[in-house]
Design a binder for this molecule. Structure first.
Ligand code: PHE
Ligand code: FE
Length: 294
């Protein structure tokens, strides 16, 4: 891994380095036996955990794509399938991109995937997104037409928000955080995972559904865009959507007036519950650290 790091930035995985912004072909032939073994270990562990925890849309898409434990998938194979179904493709990157580059890729239906995978000693935790998080966690749902459209619209909204200033951008980033990364969805009356930050984490896959510590609250766009989050621990609050249509429809409106209103409103601490919330579960708050929301 000889990627060139250019600066650090606060992200969904903490304070991490940003890399060179260009796209790179996946150096598939260079993956070592150890790289493939890391993929296999993580894949097998997460799939076993996610049956009955991840939403069916995710599990079925992963199967339909032929993503399996045997070897690190080839970006080109996955892109070919995605292009046919939803018009998305994958591009290899060195790691996390600057926000505007990231938004521009999404708005053009290109999903940036980190080409390298974590080392064996990082199996349980790595601060920055790697191939396993990006590919296993994010890519399958791009096969779903509604979610695929949501991701593109998010990218376009990101380009706009970037031009509107840092507060608009912070509001929009929270939306990504609490949906694409840490979202829960109701399925057959039960809670299921669709957020990639959870799907690629063994610990949080349990925590988000089974722990009594976190709040679980019904999706509400502007409430969610006011809500701070945790980058160094499991989430204190998860937001629950009824289906992907709800998410897509809620985000069809022009966000500029919402950003305006939110400028006057205080941000909500990650673990707070408001009177106006649709509370599915009020968290016990067990194990919460009192500061560190971002
Ligand atoms: N509707 C948003 C805007 O006007 C764009 C957006 C779409 C944001 C979907 C997020 C998700 O900026
Ligand atoms: Fe991610």
């Amino acid at each position: 891994m000889n990627a060139q790091r250019i600066e650090h930035a606060m992200t969904d995985k903490g304070y991490v380095p940003l890399y060179a912004t260009g796209t790179v072909p996946q150096p598939w032939a260079n993956y070592t036996a150890s790289d493939h073994a890391v993929w296999r270990t993580l894949f097998e562990r997460q799939r076993a955990l996610l049956v009955g925890r991840a939403c069916e849309t995710f599990l079925q898409a992963q199967d339909a794509m032929g993503m399996g434990a045997e070897a690190i998938p080839r970006f080109d194979d996955l892109s070919e399938q995605l292009r046919r179904v939803t018009g998305w493709e994958l591009v290899g990157v060195e790691g996390l991109l600057p926000e505007l580059d990231f938004f521009q890729h999404l708005s053009a239906r290109r999903f940036p995937v980190t080409w390298w995978i974590r080392r064996p000693e990082q199996i349980d935790y790595i601060a920055e997104p790697d191939l396993f998080h990006d590919l296993f966690g994010h890519v399958p749902l791009l096969l779903n037409p509604v979610f695929a459209d949501y991701m593109q619209a998010y990218g376009a909204g990101g380009v706009r928000a970037h031009g509107l200033g840092s507060e608009a951008l912070a509001n929009l980033t929270r939306l990504y955080w609490y949906t694409v990364e840490f979202g829960l969805i109701r399925e057959h009356g039960e809670l299921r995972i669709y957020g990639a930050g959870i799907l690629s984490s063994a610990g949080e896959s349990h925590h988000c559904l089974e722990s009594s510590a976190p709040n679980r609250i019904g999706f509400d766009l502007s409430r969610l865009m006011r809500t701070r989050y945790r980058i160094d621990s499991y989430q204190k609050t998860y937001f629950v959507i009824d289906d992907f249509e709800q998410l897509f429809n809620a985000t069809q409106q022009d966000f500029a007036p919402i950003y305006q209103v939110l400028q006057q409103a205080d941000a909500v601490p990650a673990g707070d519950v408001l009177d106006s919330d649709l509370v599915l579960q009020r968290g016990s708050g067990e194990g919460w650290i009192s500061d560190g929301d971002v």
